[in-house]
Design a protein. Structure first.
Length: 100
């Protein structure tokens, strides 16, 4: 179960960044919403991982990975927010707004 959670978080994290980058070059606000949504799911999966480890009472795993988990979640969120802020700024500068 934990392996699936970690793989899902990895895939969704890369997808979040890819959608944020695509939003910059395609000027589509829908991609930004999908990017932030997948980033939110990654953060939820991180919390689920932590809870699974607590329920299994793997205290050594928790103490070894707690700092890395926090760092990874912070990097994921910061990069996703920066990419989506850049997409918003590019859309504003180009004058192309595609809100549907």
């Amino acid at each position: 179960m934990i392996t699936l959670i970690l793989l899902g978080a990895l895939v969704l994290g890369v997808l979040s960044w890819a959608l944020g980058g695509a939003a910059i070059f395609r000027w589509r606000q829908e991609l930004s919403a999908l990017s932030l949504g997948s980033c939110a799911i990654v953060l939820l999966l991180s919390c689920i991982y932590f809870c699974e480890e607590v329920q299994a009472q793997h205290w050594d795993n928790l103490t070894d990975t707690a700092d890395a988990l926090l760092f990874a979640a912070a990097v994921q969120m910061i990069v996703a927010l920066l990419l989506n802020a850049a997409a918003w700024a590019v859309a504003r500068l180009r004058g192309r707004h595609r809100y549907r």
